[in-house]
Design a binder for this molecule. Structure first.
Ligand code: NAD
Length: 325
């Protein structure tokens, strides 16, 4: 199997649950891949998802959809890992850590043993810690393993700003950085509407009476989004499915898109040995480079706070002997 020819347009999705299958459903319609293959410990679920997707074949570009084996890692372009257990109502993402770290290590071992040349995209939560776990386990060049990070949160932030300001979402440029979780924060210094910094745009718009408070509320709403959706319907999967298409598209089509994916920092932003989200240029090789912006002191402190939260979680994991350095 090891001499199978590399197919950069082949995507392996590990975890065929809500997120994995929604991503597959979104991806099949885009015409950017020619093979999608699903792997899950629940083999019946995989069979069901594959058939359900394949029956839509008439309506989307030609594509091969099938159940994967571990041998499928060898020639894949991208491996997207959504396997794991779900966030339960009221549970923080960090609570999921212990359960999902062991799963991640096993999957990464299976990928590494196949000598895969793929880029790995980690989605399972807590995504930053699991990206770190995958990174340390695989020992690959750091750019080849990335987490979906705060790409979803940044999309939610843009949506909230767009709604609040009455501006087309495509004219809103804004990032959430740090942990994909409770310590994430909005980089107001990087937020632009209609090409203007938000602080310059607001007086021109003049719509809000109490912008400072409204700004705090928007940031809070974004941070708490997943909790609300999980309370309502038990899981989040539509928006993250689209996020994953965006990330995979950047890799497969080498677009050099700036995305707030989770990546291993080695001195950037003054931070070391932690995975979290900062603006990254994403291309064929995964994270091609990290964009080092000059953050104002409060945002730099918020980033450092996220790093401490995540390092604590990693340290707790190390105590259990889970992370192989
Ligand atoms: P789900 O329970 O519907 O699906 C998870 C699947 O993983 C299940 O089908 C399960 O059988 C499978 N699985 C478990 N162990 C496995 C293994 N060792 N190998 C292969 N498959 C295995 O959950 P979901 O709603 O799809 O969520 C999946 C993960 O994605 C969760 O950790 C969730 O918190 C996370 N998530 C992340 C984001 C993000 O933005 N990063 C957004 C939404 C959900």
């Amino acid at each position: 199997m090891k001499n199978k020819v590399w197919n950069p347009r082949k995507v392996v999705i590990v975890g065929a649950g809500d997120v994995g299958s929604t991503f597959a459903y979104t991806l099949v319609q885009r015409g950017i891949v020619d093979e999608i293959t699903l792997l899950d410990v629940n083999e019946e679920l995989v069979q069901g998802q594959v058939l359900d997707l394949a029956h839509g074949q008439f309506f989307f570009p030609a594509i091969k959809i099938y159940a994967a084996t571990k041998a499928d890692y060898v020639n894949a372009g991208v491996i997207v890992i959504t396997a794991g257990t779900k966030q339960r109502p009221g549970e923080t993402r960090l609570d999921l850590l212990q359960r999902n770290a062991a799963i991640m290590e096993n999957i990464v071992d299976d990928i590494v043993v196949q000598d895969s040349q793929a880029v790995i995209v980690v989605v399972s939560n807590p995504v930053d810690v699991l990206t770190y776990v995958a990174q340390k386990r695989a020992k690959w060049p750091r750019g080849r393993i990335l987490g979906s990070g705060t790409v979803l949160d940044s999309a939610r932030f843009r949506y909230r700003l767009s709604q609040h300001c009455g501006i087309d979402i495509h004219n809103v440029h804004a990032y959430i950085l740090g942990e994909h979780g409770d310590s994430e924060f909005a980089t107001w210094s990087m937020t632009h509407l209609a090409g203007m910094k938000i602080d310059d745009y607001c007086p021109v718009c003049g719509k809000c009476a109490h912008w400072e408070e409204e700004r705090e509320q928007i940031e809070k709403d974004v941070r708490d989004s997943a909790y609300h959706i999980i309370d309502y319907k038990g899981a989040t999967y539509y928006a993250v499915g689209l996020v994953l298409v965006r990330i995979v598209n950047a890799i497969l089509r080498n677009t050099n898109s700036v995305l707030t994916v989770s990546t291993l920092l080695q001195g950037e932003y003054g931070l070391e040995d932690v995975c979290l989200s900062v603006p990254c240029v994403v291309s064929r090789e995964g994270v091609a480079r990290i964009v080092q912006a000059e953050l104002p002191l409060n945002e730099q402190k918020a980033l450092e706070n996220s790093a401490s939260v995540l390092k604590e979680a990693i340290a707790a994991l190390k105590l259990s002997g889970g992370v192989r350095k």
